[in-house]
Write a protein that binds this ligand. Sequence first.
Ligand SMILES: [Fe+2]
Length: 281
Amino acid sequence: MLETKLLGNGFAAEINGVDLGDLDDATFEAVRQCWLDHKVAVFRDQDLSDEALVGLTERLGGLFVHVRDTFHAPDRPEIMYVSNLKEEGRPLGALGDGDLEWHSDQTYTRRPVFGTMMYAIEVPADGGETCFSDLSAVYENLPADLKAEVDGKTGLYTATRNRTSQLQPLRPDQLDRVPDQRHPLVRKHPYRERKALYLSPSHLIGVGDLPEEESLALVARLTEWAGRPEFVYCHKWRPRDVVIWDNASVMHRRNAFSPDERRFIKRTGFHLPEELGVPFS
Ligand SMILES: [Fe+2]
């Protein structure tokens, strides 16, 4: 039986008493089910080698490799560095120190990453929180007029919009690998009965056959709704935290922090099995 503690707003949970680097099959399955139930799972005080981090990720699903190859760990493309640190003047990892807007990871790919895992090595004393919006609760509680505008619609997701100054544009050869994609805007979870809004304001540029301007206005209304405090959990990082989130259930954003602070997080991701992969609705 896992020892869990709800972290607020009815979804994210801290799971205590487990060593993620040494899980027997029964405990692993219990952790996986608990994560699926809670959408965001937090584990404190973990010690994971790169090998253990990748091993755990692979146990959860096929390994995801980010198209931003500039920030892969040396000899470990499955690990991406998320950091504001510089090594010999070169950024060690993507994303810098500013605000990062709401998004769901890699919605602009044919098979978006299902789960994302972040393992904190160094974190700022202030700021840099990662906030999650529960898109199943958001969908369930949408006002009827907004629900009518998203039900049965597809969204058009692109890697090129890049409205945040925190991200370098992708190189042309990287962009070639991620052409725009359409996915259902409301999806039923592959392992649970619940539905969720597939909202990713960083990437979503079209809804159904609406013109871009109307689509973006609708996305803005949905984003405002999804950002209400009752749907959001903000994670204050501690070193050695592991957080796993379900991109089929939540979207996330990152708060700014002082450039004088150090932040270094290792990120991995895993896919759904091909037969359950998107588009699903
Ligand atoms: Fe992200």
